[in-house]
Design a protein around this ligand. Sequence first.
Ligand code: PMP
Length: 306
Amino acid sequence: MADRDGLIWLDGEMVPWREAKVHVLTHTLHYGMGVFEGVRAYDAEQGTSIFRLDAHTQRLLNSAKIMNMKMPYDKATLDEAQRAAVRENNLKSAYIRPMAFYGAEGMGLRADNLKVHVMVAAWEWGAYMGEENLTKGIKIATSSYTRHHVNVTMTKAKSNGQYMNSMLALQEAIGNGCHEALLLDVDGYVSEGSGENFFMVKEGVLYTPELTSCLDGITRKTIMQLAKELGIEVREKRITRDEVYICDEAFFTGTAAEVTPIRMLDNREIGCGSRGPITEKLQSLYFDIVHGRSPQHMNWLTQVAN
Ligand code: PMP
């Protein structure tokens, strides 16, 4: 990953990819206090465009506020850094990773001289769980790891340290022959995947967990709006794992995972055991929108070209 050509935006400048380095005493590396985003740019009809840039940058700023990190750049600068990271690396489509982190100015939990640094990298990244799983669907398992409690790490922030829990859950799921984990909250209700929000369909109604313990996903919000536009009723509620066993369709959403159908949970087939019709409809509309093929959703796309 580190050894390639290209440029990374670091603290206001474009730096050669191989030189975008930090010191081993970088504070965030030690304690995990940092915030980041995962954003995608698509090869859209009108030229390479970032999907919902405004929402992602706003969430990054909100995450920093929650963690009490002083963001040294305004929203316009952060938006432009993301466009530039795609544009200046000549990428047609890209995964974009902005992150704000504490530097090596001090060490220890009491360090009070820390500076917030910001980086934005962009690279080509295909379907997160493989192209064929976008149609076939994935196999998942309920995790033995519990999702964060809101008063342990605040779940409205997309913060670095939270992903230790995600990685433990994902490693366990993969070790058990699955593609992804389904994490439950502290009360035992469905929360989310290691990096995705969860949806299920039952008798034509779309259900998703309330936001108490899961990330306020931008794809989640998008899919909820699209469902409403298609006349599909959407309900946010507590969901139990056995409700999922007997639902008609289930899928994950996320910037990386896009709309990924779930075909099996805990060795029980979900619905027909492959992508369901409502999942397919929402997924297909999502892909039309991100590729600039839906005139009424063009305001969600920001071109990277100047
Ligand atoms: N939950 C978690 C834990 C995530 O990491 C992500 C990916 N950012 C999501 C949900 C989905 O969020 P989004 O749709 O904004 O990418």
